[in-house]
Design a protein around this ligand. Structure first.
Ligand SMILES: Cc1ncc(C[n+]2csc(CCOP(=O)(O)O)c2C)c(N)n1
Ligand SMILES: [Mg+2]
Length: 272
């Protein structure tokens, strides 16, 4: 393992659009969706829309067929496979839902590259699709920065991922996202981590207001091609730093930077 955890947002990061809008639009339910949107939270509306689809005779197979046609940039899958081959632990944190994400990842044959998918529950119940909130906001509000929707705080999910790392393991997170919901987790990243916001998308605009609020290093990207370049460059840079064997040209002291194989000290001073 490389000691790198790559956390991907899903909509407009792995795929190139919002999966919720894609399904509603492709099945011809845009007007009803827009009419109901001011009346309820997005996540509750998606559950209601799935009920509407079912009552109008749209089948699960038809929803799957629409999901199989979802647009994705051609460099995203190679980027995911390369990051995995380099030993990174890949995870998803998304405000879409499990049914849409699993259907798309299985169709693209890339589900197995991810060790964890954190998203809203989505499952078939008596022939209709149910979409439920990740946090049960009727029980207790998650109470974070105020920017996250009531059903999901991605910041809390990042906290949980960071808490799962053992103390002496200096794992680094690379977080990729586009939306306003990706801002809260970006504030939780540590100095050793990396934030990859999609340029000129909501998370980018929020970060640009005051970049000093982030402890992590910021690396923007515009499309799948740049996502691949920036991500693989960061992984190779982090891996090189970890495994570096640096011999100082100073003849009195040679400094060996030893790789992160634990009980060895990180820096050894060797007298010639
Ligand atoms: C102004 C405005 N109203 C509502 C929404 C809600 N919304 C739109 S797409 C989506 C799924 C995001 O999935 P992922 O986390 O994978 O990007 C959600 C929750 C929004 N983003 N902006
Ligand atoms: Mg997104």
């Amino acid at each position: 393992m490389s000691g790198i955890v790559v956390v991907f947002d899903f909509d407009k990061t792995i795929i190139d659009i919002d999966s919720d809008n894609w399904v509603v639009d492709e099945l011809g339910f845009t007007d009803l969706f827009n009419q109901l949107l001011p009346t309820m939270p997005w996540n509750s509306l998606m559950d209601k829309m799935m009920m509407e689809l079912h009552s109008k005779g749209v089948t699960i197979e038809e929803i799957e067929e629409v999901l199989h046609r979802i647009p994705i940039h051609p460099r995203v899958i190679p980027a995911i496979k390369a990051a995995h081959a380099l030993g990174c632990d890949l995870r998803i944190v998304s405000d879409a839902n499990m049914f849409f994400i699993e259907t798309i990842l299985e169709h693209l044959k890339i589900k197995e590259y991810f060790s964890e998918i954190n998203t809203n529950p989505g499952y078939v119940e008596e022939g209709r699709l149910r979409i439920l909130p990740y946090h049960d906001f009727n029980k207790a509000p998650h109470g974070c920065c105020g920017l996250c929707p009531p059903n999901m705080c991605k910041g809390l999910i990042i906290d949980r991922i960071q808490d799962s790392f053992s103390q002496d393991d200096d794992k680094k997170i690379i977080y990729l996202g586009d939306g306003a919901g990706d801002y809260c987790p970006s504030l939780r990243l540590k100095q050793r981590d990396f934030m990859m916001p999609r340029k000129n998308f909501p998370v980018w605009d929020l970060i640009c207001k005051d970049p000093s609020l982030l402890k992590a290093e910021i690396h923007g990207w515009t499309d799948g091609e740049e996502l691949e370049q920036v991500l693989l460059q960061l992984i190779s840079q982090i891996s090189m730093e970890k495994d570096a064997l640096f011999m100082s040209s100073d003849c009195k002291t040679q400094t060996l930077l030893i790789s992160a194989h634990e009980p060895l000290p990180k820096v050894l001073h060797v007298r010639p």
